[in-house]
Design a protein around this ligand. Structure first.
Ligand SMILES: [Zn+2]
Length: 175
């Protein structure tokens, strides 16, 4: 004869087992993309600088389902255009002599989530003068709370967390 307590524990065990896969899936999604958080990868090598951007749609246009209404489609088109313009997004010291070689952005849908992905390539006459740079992403998209930057340059590699009041990336000094 089973007591109510035993039945309770047995039910919990069944619940835990059946819910585990769902939790694991949600965890993976959170790991790959957190709303309000944007990722930047910057690689400086020789005279070239390459920047990759990943931004949740929620932080850029405020929604992540596929655009349905004309307003939503217009918002996505405007964001793609703006995110395709490296000169609008980044402020690079003039001494470094960087010019944009390629600049593009696309929106990728992943189930209920989507992400803007940007790629920017610069040619610079003097990367030694590239001690720091700034991003305008916070002022363009106020829903962005944090930008996680990973960079690699001839002087080394590092990670920086930017916030709206500290939008400057300072690269590791030479030596
Ligand atoms: Zn999302």
């Amino acid at each position: 004869m089973r007591t109510p307590l035993t039945v309770g524990i047995a039910s919990l065990a069944i619940l835990a087992t059946s819910f585990t896969p769902v939790l694991a899936t949600e965890k993976r999604e959170l790991d790959s993309h957190e709303h309000g958080h944007v990722k930047l990868e910057i690689a400086i090598e020789g005279n070239a600088m390459e920047i990759k951007l990943e931004a949740p749609g929620e932080s850029i246009v405020g929604f992540e389902h596929a655009a349905k209404t004309d307003d939503q489609k217009a918002a996505v088109a405007k964001a793609r255009e703006q995110l395709s313009d490296a000169n609008t997004l980044f402020v690079i010291p003039a001494d470094a002599g960087c010019t944009v070689q390629a600049s593009s952005a696309e929106l990728h849908q992943h189930g209920n989530h989507n992400e803007f992905e940007g790629e920017y390539t610069f040619n610079c006459t003097n990367t030694a003068a590239l001690a720091s740079m700034e991003t305008k992403l916070f002022s363009l998209y106020p829903s962005i709370e944090e930008i996680d930057v990973d960079y690699v340059s001839a002087n080394g590699q590092g990670s920086v967390e930017l916030e709206a009041d500290s939008p400057r990336i300072t690269f590791a000094p030479a030596g």
